[in-house]
Design a protein around this ligand. Structure first.
Ligand SMILES: NC(=O)C1=CN([C@@H]2O[C@H](COP(=O)(O)OP(=O)(O)OC[C@H]3O[C@@H](n4cnc5c(N)ncnc54)[C@H](OP(=O)(O)O)[C@@H]3O)[C@@H](O)[C@H]2O)[C@@H](O)CC1
Ligand SMILES: [K+]
Length: 528
């Protein structure tokens, strides 16, 4: 499933499922708890009982030998996440485990399905108050089930919960739906000063990933992430503004088919002056490899020789000022522009940004061009729907300071404001696509169509944080724009391919390696 759903969207789907009469909330909770236990046993087959995780009559286990039992401590909260915890407690007990259960909150106030599972657990064992969960529990490192808060948490954790969770630091911890100290909508830690607890070993979520599993601190705190199907697929609510996992669009179109070079577009990359051309050359190489029919670098005349010694298939021309560039743009075949990498921040460069925007052509604005846009409201106002902005966090804060402040403010009440919300608001304000970079790159268009290119979990590529990597990304997107991709699709596909190239190369990667991985990545895509 490529959809990424917020807490509100999950609740809407759950409500629709229950309203359909096909399933009850209690059955969904049972499926969720069963999914968690199955995931644990799949992850650690040595923990699984030989008869499988299915529940057995309690009498059977009460006769079981106490020796050699696995131990679990289940930490339940006051909502339905806690309800899932009671199901897990029952199923682990049924599988022969020694299980202790602690509850934060008042059992009388549990929601109905959680209360039903609380009552079922009470037939098997005790429930103690969370405040009674003292340090001796952690001797022998039992498996900890974190069922305190799930998608319902959106403000700092109570001290009791925080202290207990922090004390589990040396135990294997399984988070139900989302680690309790993490916002499922934003991936941000809910408690300031949180530290020392480390990541869950495993997070088991339901139906699909939530933004918090992919954004910000989410990936480093979830450990391994598993998505369990609880039968909600057909209840997806179509009109909701869903976020998707980024993918490579119209793969077929990446093959070149017939035609001459200009039928695959002409990308033009503007460069800075002497000793500043490396970034533009990297972008140009990226645009060429991704299939733009022709790519030209434009630099000040003084830098021509330097660039000429390093470019072959990429063409080169002098662009001393905005007037010269206007002349070049009379060639209507130039259909995608890239400005910013290694550009500089002077008057020539600001004027060039203006010319790029006034041309109305598809354009990627990166690096120095973003700083120039942040400095000049008049330039910013010229942005149009064929532009793609590619800020990293610092550039984003310069361009959209109020949005960045809101994003970085601690959550005190829900729904929380996420990087997805920030990218959407920025794209709407700018009137163009915004690709907000990071290991959790968020791409949004002005209408709020949004995707996340998460270079995390199996797609983690920390070696992508290397000088020049962003210039290559700008080149990839420009090349795809030249090939006729719509801005949102170009940005999303470019970001996805960028990660794939890094994964293909592996550690030791430098920016120059990225475009050279594209042929193999594209071949693998075609084969799949
Ligand atoms: N949706 C689905 O399809 C399915 C969902 N399922 C499960 O349900 C979970 C969602 O359950 P949920 O909505 O009851 O929210 P949950 O996370 O248990 O927390 C709510 C409670 O916590 C409280 N609370 C929150 N923050 C707090 C704080 N800082 N400090 C103190 N209290 C705080 C909050 O209090 P309130 O804000 O109301 O004052 C409320 O009492 C979901 O994650 C999944 O595990 C599955 O069973 C099956 C399918
Ligand atoms: K949890």
């Amino acid at each position: 499933m490529t959809e990424v759903l917020t807490a509100a969207q999950m609740r809407a789907i759950e409500t629709a499922a229950i309203a359909s009469g096909d399933v009850t909330g209690l059955e969904l909770m049972e499926r969720a708890g069963r999914g968690v236990v199955s995931a644990i046993f799949e992850e650690w087959p040595e923990l699984a009982p030989s008869w499988g995780p299915a529940p057995k009559p309690p009498e059977y286990f009460l006769q079981d030998d106490e020796k050699g039992k696995h131990r679990a401590v289940v930490l339940c909260g006051p909502g339905n996440n806690g309800g899932d915890g009671f199901v897990v407690a029952r199923l682990l007990f049924a599988a022969g485990w020694d299980v202790e259960v602690f509850l934060y909150g008042d059992a009388d106030k549990l929601p109905p399905d959680a209360k039903a599972n609380y009552a079922r657990w009470l037939e098997l064992g005790r429930v103690c108050a969370m405040s009674a969960c003292t340090s001796e529990r952690w001797v022998g490192q039992p498996l900890v089930i974190d069922a305190v808060f799930g998608i319902g948490a959106c403000r700092p954790l109570p001290d009791t919960v925080r202290n207990v969770l922090m004390a589990t630091v040396n135990c294997p911890r399984i988070a139900i739906d989302v680690p309790s100290m993490l916002s499922s909508d934003t991936g941000m830690m809910l408690s300031p000063m949180w530290g020392g607890v480390g990541a869950a070993r495993l997070t088991v979520t339901f139906h699909t990933r939530k933004p918090g599993h992919l954004l910000e601190a989410g990936p480093e705190n979830c450990g391994k992430l598993r998505v369990v199907d609880i039968g909600l697929g057909r209840f997806a609510v179509a009109h909701q503004a869903h976020v998707r996992l980024a993918q490579c669009h119209t793969i077929g179109a990446l093959g070149k088919g017939n035609g001459h070079k200009y039928s695959h577009g002409h990308a033009f990359i503007l460069s800075g002056g002497i000793a500043k051309g490396g970034a533009a050359r990297l972008a140009a190489r990226g645009a060429l490899r991704i299939g733009a029919g022709a790519v030209t670098v434009g630099c000040p005349e003084a830098a021509l020789v330097e660039n000429a010694t390093q470019l072959n298939a990429v063409m080169l021309t002098s662009v001393d000022d905005a007037a010269a560039f206007e002349g070049i743009l009379e060639d209507a075949r130039i259909n995608a522009l890239c400005i910013g990498p290694g550009l500089g921040l002077g008057a020539r460069e600001a004027a060039l940004v203006g010319t790029v925007l006034e041309s109305g052509r598809a354009a990627v604005l990166d690096a120095d061009a973003l700083t120039l846009l942040a400095r000049d409201a008049g330039l910013f106002a010229k942005l149009h729907k064929s532009c793609v902005l590619t800020p990293h966090a610092g550039e984003f804060a310069r361009l959209f300071p109020d949005i960045a402040d809101r994003l970085n403010a601690p959550a005190t009440k829900g729904p929380a404001y996420s990087k997805v919300d920030a990218a959407r608001e920025a794209a709407k304000r700018a009137g163009c696509v915004v690709l907000f970079k990071g290991p959790d790159t968020v791409i949004s268009d002005p209408k709020g169509r949004c995707s996340i290119n998460a270079s995390v979990y199996a797609r983690a590529a920390p070696w992508l944080a290397t000088a020049g990597s962003g210039d290559v990304l700008a080149g990839f997107i420009t090349g795809l724009l030249a090939r006729g991709f719509a801005p949102q699709q170009a940005a999303e596909s470019g970001a996805w391919l960028h990660t794939e190239c890094a994964l293909k190369f592996g550690p030791g990667l430098i920016a120059e390696d990225l475009p050279e991985q594209l042929p193999a990545v594209l071949r693998a895509l075609e084969a799949s």
